[in-house]
Ligand binder design. Structure first.
Ligand SMILES: *Cc1c(COP(=O)(O)O)cnc(C)c1O
Length: 804
């Protein structure tokens, strides 16, 4: 078997041989999915050689390793990424072409690995790519969900959720590792007695034991042999774990744990299963890392020197009490010694300031499901309170900051207390954490809080998904930016070059045509590639304000209907967004977008100037054709609410203009490109804070002052867009009877004005192209390579490893 084929010929021979060997069919007879599987396996085996070398190199050098614990990894497809990172894409593409196979057709057979909801999960995936590409030993830990995030279909203008069977063809990238399986215990009770050493001996008698089996996915870096591991845990039945009478019940209980991605990234539902998922992958992952450490060092005393654990949001925060449990109960450490190891190992990333998204668990849940863990959390809480009134001398902050209060376990508080680092994900977000949401903690632990502005891997989001732009950049500034994205800044020398401007517009046109074809093929909608492509693609959430975008569309529609002399520059408004299944408001917005689209797109007075398109099933693969076709990037969240955003960075890197509020990383985008190369509008975060503080906002006042607003708001409930009087009632109520929590009416005029500016600016093609080029040139900062470099230096203290 040839794993590392050196040339086209070797690749072809091996490909043909493997098809016969695996399927007993010749290449002519084999089904296309069989060809895909064999190609994928060949790429994985190719990477496996490096994988093995990497493990050896890390073991030999005793390198410190980092483990990124995340409930979500929104990986998308891996075939193109892996072929490109391995540097064998062209070889394979040509080898396949000689065999009459189109590599794109095989690429499209791969299912997205949609093991996540949105930005948080995609960030984890970008981080893995950067870690490997920077030669840093850093691995992922997650759950092997049987179904990814639901697939979105639109039926009668409404979102319908369909299971995402991403494993139906099998997953070519994973390797099952039963030898690393561990048991995870739930429920039951805890027996304790005094041991001979004077410390408590603890015996947890569980009511449920689950076997956690890892599936490893190699993470290959760009132009390097270092190959890291994404470890996905699957729940299986444990030997002798239950009596035959309850067999079915037991099997179902086990199955359920890894069935689904929790389909909501901001609010709380279906709690107990979620808690089970969290402990399941935390306990399995952590025990595994500890075993590996012990095999090499025989002690856990130096654990924190050799291992760093990053907690991606509060979902994996049970790592903290679980590691305490292992050190105390299994290895008989003293509390203080154990606590030192744990806090020096753990670091926590906060992703949101939305209070409804800060995880809290009712005490009873934790106590019933994880009795020993709960005891440890209680002790952490007790010692924290003691420290507050003694060492820290701030008993005034004790009740605010403690872990257990109001009958609930506060996970963010546990995370902050049990970690040596707490980071926000954009400068503004970190500032809000330090000065407002977590001010008390920042006072208690000065220096613990730090900022790590998010990033995106420029490999997937520029080099691979936009080869046309990559080629233009390479011709203009040379190839250095591929390995050193900050070198994109060399493009600044060419922003006034009219030839480069024109070539950029040609590239953009090509990308717009590719998207237009996709829209025609999947939705049968014709769109004008000469219109402005105005894109808002992200999860549907009230704070992201897709509704504000729709309100402007409705407003423009009314204006054009009322005044035949008023016509806008042709514009295609494109939306893509999944709504959490139980989030009725968000689902109503999706319906509204469709109803407005029906009206606008079928109105022959208007549809030459304006079309509205909703692309269903937004995910990584859709994003890869959507971001790079955009002229305008809609980033219009209520200021202070979007922690960072990463969609904004993908658009910027592909030469779209940010139409946005001063929120999240938009602030840092504007800092780099300048106000004149973005379109910024609306209330600032401190304006919003002041309005809240003074309680001074009155939506009816806004409504009564502005006739345009009245027309738009009234149209929601006067059967303009739907004959069913129940439709859009909730939207109307949120705006008018809940005082417009996200301040849409407050920002409406400014937004309409900004949209008008966009149009004026687009009419000047040279100036527009110049602006896009400046955005591309300044986007290198937002490569996740920069972000990971900062984490590695400031938080993890990990160093590059060379693999020979
Ligand atoms: C980048 C990305 C996101 C994050 O988008 P935001 O605009 O930052 O919320 C969500 N989903 C997918 C599939 C992405 O690629």
């Amino acid at each position: 078997m040839i794993n590392e084929f050196k040339n086209k010929k070797e690749f072809q021979e091996e490909f043909k041989r493997r098809i016969i060997e695996r399927y007993g069919r010749s290449i002519e007879q084999a089904h296309i999915t069989e060809k895909y599987m064999v190609l994928g396996e060949m790429v994985r085996d190719y990477a496996s050689v490096h994988w093995n070398d990497s493990k050896n190199a890390i073991a030999e050098k005793k390198s410190k390793q980092m483990y990124y614990f995340s409930m979500e990894f929104l990986m998308g497809r891996l075939l193109t990424n892996n072929l490109m990172n391995l540097g064998i894409y062209d070889l394979v593409k040509e080898g396949l072409a000689d065999l009459d196979l189109d590599i794109n057709e095989l690429e499209n057979l791969e299912s997205d690995a949609g093991l996540g909801n949105g930005g948080l999960g995609r960030l984890a995936a970008c981080f893995l790519d950067s870690l490997a590409s920077l030669n840093l030993p850093g691995n992922g830990n997650c759950i092997r969900y049987e179904y990814g995030l639901f697939k979105q279909k639109i039926v009668n203008n409404e979102q319908v959720e369909v299971p995402d069977q991403w494993l139906s063809l099998g997953n070519v990238w994973e390797v099952r590792k039963p030898k690393h399986a561990v048991n995870v215990k739930f429920g039951g009770h805890v027996d304790m007695w005094m041991g001979e050493d004077g410390k408590a001996v603890v015996n947890h008698v569980p009511s449920l034991v689950v076997r956690a089996v890892p599936y490893d996915v190699p993470v290959v870096g760009y132009d390097t042999k270092l190959t890291n591991t994404l470890r996905l845990w699957s729940a299986e039945v444990a030997d002798d774990a239950c009596d035959a009478a309850n067999l079915n019940e037991y099997v179902n209980e086990v199955r359920e744990i890894c069935r689904n991605v929790y389909p909501d990234d901001s609010t709380e539902h279906g709690k107990l299963l979620r808690l089970k998922q969290q402990y399941f992958f935390v306990a399995a992952g952590l025990n595994n890392i500890i075993d590996a450490h012990l095999r090499v060092y025989g002690t856990l005393d130096n654990f924190a020197e050799m291992n760093a654990i990053q907690l991606n949001d509060t979902h994996p925060v049970l790592c903290i009490p679980e590691m305490m449990r292992i050190l105390l109960d299994d290895f008989r450490y003293e509390w203080d010694d154990a606590w030192k190891i744990v806090t020096e190992t753990m670091a926590y990333t906060n992703h949101t300031v939305l209070s409804e998204a800060l995880e809290k668990w009712p005490i009873q849940y934790v106590q019933d499901l994880l009795p020993r863990i709960y005891m440890i959390i209680e002790e952490i809480d007790r010692r924290f309170k003691y420290a507050c009134s003694h060492d820290l001398g701030r008993s005034d902050l004790m009740n605010e900051c403690c872990v257990i209060k109001d009958g609930q376990v506060h996970m963010a508080n546990l995370a902050i207390i049990g970690s040596h680092s707490v980071n926000g994900v954009a400068a503004l977000h970190t500032k809000i954490l330090k000065e407002d949401v977590m001010k008390n903690f920042n006072d208690l632990y000065p220096g613990k809080f730090n900022n790590k502005t998010n990033g995106i891997t420029h490999r997937r989001w520029l080099l691979y998904s936009n080869p046309q732009l990559t080629q233009l950049l390479e011709k203009t500034i040379g190839p250095a930016f591929k390995k050193h994205p900050e070198k994109l800044e060399d493009l600044m020398k060419y922003v006034d070059n009219s030839e480069v401007q024109k070539k950029f517009m040609d590239v953009k046109m090509e990308r717009k045509k590719i998207l237009a074809k996709y829209i025609k093929d999947t939705l049968n909608i014709d769109i004008d590639v000469n219109s402005i492509f105005d894109v808002q693609a992200k999860r549907l959430h009230a704070y992201k304000r897709q509704l504000l975008n729709v309100m402007n569309i409705i407003h423009l529609y009314f204006r054009m209907k009322a005044d035949p002399n008023f016509r806008i520059y042709p514009r295609t408004f494109i939306f893509a967004a999944k709504a959490a299944p139980s989030y009725t408001f968000a689902k109503e917005v999706i319906k509204l977008i469709h109803c407005v689209a029906d009206k606008v797109n079928n109105d022959s007075d208007i549809n030459r100037y304006m079309k509205v398109v909703f692309i269903p099933n937004y995910g990584v693969s859709i994003a890869e054709i959507l971001m790079n076709a955009a002229d305008v990037s809609e980033q219009i969240s209520t200021a202070g609410k979007e922690a960072s955003g990463t969609g904004n960075m993908k658009f910027m890197m592909n030469g779209a203009i940010t139409l946005g509020t001063m929120d999240g990383a938009n602030v840092e985008i504007v800092e780099r490109v300048g106000y004149e190369n973005a379109e910024i509008f609306g209330l600032r975060a401190d304006d919003v804070a002041l309005i809240r503080h003074e309680n001074s906002y009155d939506v009816w006042k806004k409504y009564n002052q502005n006739g345009d607003i009245q027309k738009v708001v009234n149209s929601l409930v006067d059967s303009t867009f739907s004959n069913d009087p129940r439709d859009f009632k909730q939207i109307y109520n949120e705006l008018m009877f809940k005082n417009d929590e996200y301040l849409l009416l407050a920002d409406f005029e400014a937004y309409v004005h900004a949209q008008g500016n966009i149009e004026q600016r687009y009419r000047n093609a040279e100036a527009w192209a110049r602006m896009c080029l400046i955005n591309i040139a300044q986007s290198g900062y937002f490569s996740s390579d920069r972000t990971i470099h900062e984490y590695a230096r400031d938080i993890w203290n990990i160093k590059p490893v060379t693999v020979k």
